[in-house]
Design a protein around this ligand. Sequence first.
Ligand SMILES: [Cu+2]
Length: 446
Amino acid sequence: MNNDSRSFLSVGAFIFGVIALVFGSYAIANSAGDAHSLSTTSTAAVVDITLSEFKMTPEMVTVPPGDVTVRVTNGGTIAHSLTFVERNVATRDLQPGESQTITLKNVEAGDMTFICTIPGHADSGMKGMLMAVNGAPAAGSADAATPTTMSYQQMDQAMTDAALAFVNDPKGTFGGTPLEPIIKADGTKEFDLTAKIVDWEVSPGKIVKAWTYNGMVPGPEMRVDVGDKVEIVLTNELPESTSLHLHGIRVPNAMDGVDPYTQDPILPGATFTYAFTALEPAVGMYHSHHDAQTQVPNGMAGAFLIGDMPIPAVLAAKGITQVDKLVNMVLNDAGTIGLTLNGKSFPATEAYTMKVGQTMEVNYFNEGLMSHPMHLHQPTGWIIAKDGVPLIDPMPADTVVVAPGERYTVLYHFVDPGVWAWHCHILNHAEGPNGMFGMVTAVIVS
Ligand SMILES: [Cu+2]
């Protein structure tokens, strides 16, 4: 081992020691006595939910993907019920003191809402969320989140292994790479996309069926200048129809990609060409607008950029005069891809290297189903654009909440060396008893 890799290792171990993410406070329910094991061989989770006026206890439950047994008790004084909205799995109306056990089969990573369907009760507060997170303990409970079977030494070792894998293990293939256009005789920039399902490695050894553009997650970056004529030629090799929406990009209505309003669905085997002129600067994204809740979280989304983002003059005084690296950061939390940054879960996420004095411009794109507060430990970022529109005054933020569909453009000017963790600050998207996972990466500043 040479000195470089040794210092790299020790830096990785060091930052791992100082990242103080609190876990354990999320899962609140009491669990079945036999569900405390953190073993990864068991996927059946057991959750207790108590109904009362007018709340669910707990309101948020975290379980691993797989089958989930939900034991529902009415601890209130009037009738209540519990329905998992997305599954249409429900209890009967339970009288005070009554219980019923219901089962959710093959829950995939992502979120599910549960409510009381008695009129007015959900609006009064009787709603909650069950979050299926890879690697979560198998009991959705405070008891399980406490390391009852894992010694602190085992936990420390698991965390160290994941952190060192991030800095030391070879990385797989990343998506979102620039797609070079074909320049046609009249100057039109033609981008060729094929929608298809491929095997995609989300994290080391975890291969999923990704729904992709050109076989990568996110889809390739497309970039043009204001005034360019653009054609996106999309061939559909999926088992479903599809269409492609240009989100945050000014296009004629017929090119908006929303079947059946603006076009017919692109049938399996068919090709459709989106043709438009890039009229205005944009930090846009493109994604499926057909069975979107399946196709987009499964991978069908990418960045489409028009023009360059100006650097606000006021930031020059802080040493920010040029952009040394542009990073598109596509957030996802559902489908086959799950909790990921650019289609990868920690430790498979890309590590970004920067030098002191350099500036990184990040475009955050949220293509998932929930908001993600993205936090870079240092330096403080400057939000310079919202949804591609420059702000009149840049806004400082060490944490940027990016809701589904939103884009934020943030400049980070690096002043201190080290490995700086960069992650979603919803903690059960980022770190658990087995260490960091999911929506975590780092910037390595030298
Ligand atoms: Cu998150």
